[in-house]
Design a protein around this ligand. Sequence first.
Ligand SMILES: NC(=O)c1ccc[n+]([C@@H]2O[C@H](COP(=O)([O-])OP(=O)(O)OC[C@H]3O[C@@H](n4cnc5c(N)ncnc54)[C@H](OP(=O)(O)O)[C@@H]3O)[C@@H](O)[C@H]2O)c1
Length: 262
Amino acid sequence: MNLKDKVILVSGATGGMGEELVKLLSQEQCKLALFARREKKLKKLKETLESESTQITYKTCDVQHKSQVKSAIDHTLKTYGKIDLAILTAGILVPNPIQTFDSSIIKQTMDINFMGVVYFTEQLLKVMKKQHEGTIAAVSTLPDHRGVPGWGAYGASKAAISWLMESIRAEAKQEYDINVITIKPGSVETPMIQEYHRPGSITPDKAAKIMINGIKKEKRVIQFPIAQVLSIRLQDLFPPIAYDLLPIEQAKGAGYPKVEEE
Ligand SMILES: NC(=O)c1ccc[n+]([C@@H]2O[C@H](COP(=O)([O-])OP(=O)(O)OC[C@H]3O[C@@H](n4cnc5c(N)ncnc54)[C@H](OP(=O)(O)O)[C@@H]3O)[C@@H](O)[C@H]2O)c1
C-alpha cells in the first residue's frame, strides 16, 4: 500500500506509539485525522507536524462513547471525504489483582480497549463498504492466547480484539475488498508501561516503523519484537498443567502493585 495522498485516521494519537506513528505518517504526504482525549497534545501534533504535503485535522474523542466515535468518523469524512486507513491504538492498561478482584476495572478496560475498537469498526465498515476499499488496523497485544496472572482485564480486552478482527478479516476482504489487520506488539517503552520493567522492550519509534512497514505490505497480522513473538508463541503450546507452573510473580512483571486482601 502506498500511503501518499491517503486519508489516515489514528485513534490514541497522543500516546507513545500513536504519536510516533503520527510523526512517521506525517512524512508520507498523506492526510491525517487524529483522535484522543487530550486536546492540547492533539493541537501540538498538528502545529508541529502539519506541512505543505501533510494535512492534519483533529478532534477530541473518548472511544468508550459510541457517539464520540461517530463524531470522529463524521469529522474525518467532512474534512477529507473518505477514509483509506484507520489505525486504532487507543487503550489503557490497569492491573486487576486477584486479591481485590474488581469488575469495574474489567468493565472500564473492556469499554475503552474493546468497545472502542468495536465502535470504530462499526462506523468504518459502513464507510469502507461504500468505498469498496479501505484498511482497518487494530492494536491488540502479543500475549492474546493465554491468560497472564494479574492482567486478566487487559488480556481479555485484547484477546477480544484479536478474535473480532480475525472473525471479520476473510469476509471483509472477499466481500468488500477491505483489509483487516491485527497488530500485536510485545513490550514497547511507552508511558503505558513506564511503571513496569519489561526486559526486551523496544522503543516506540521502532514499533511504529514495524507497524507502518507491515501495513504497507498489507500483512494480516503484525507481531513484534521477534524474540518475544517466539517466546510467547512457544508458551501458547504448553499444556495447562505446564503453563500453570510458570512463576506467577515473573508473569505479573517487575513493578506490579503489591495489594492486600480486602
Ligand atoms: N506499550 C506496550 O508495551 C504495549 C504492548 C502491547 C499493546 N499495546 C497497546 O498499544 C496501544 C498504544 O499503547 P501505548 O503503549 O502507546 O500507550 P500510551 O502511551 O498509554 O497511549 C495510549 C493512548 O490511548 C489514548 N486513550 C486512552 N484512553 C482513551 C479513551 N478512553 N479514548 C480515547 N483515547 C484514549 C491515550 O490518549 P488520551 O489520554 O489523550 O486520550 C493515548 O493516546 C494500546 O492499545 C496498548 O494497549 C501497548
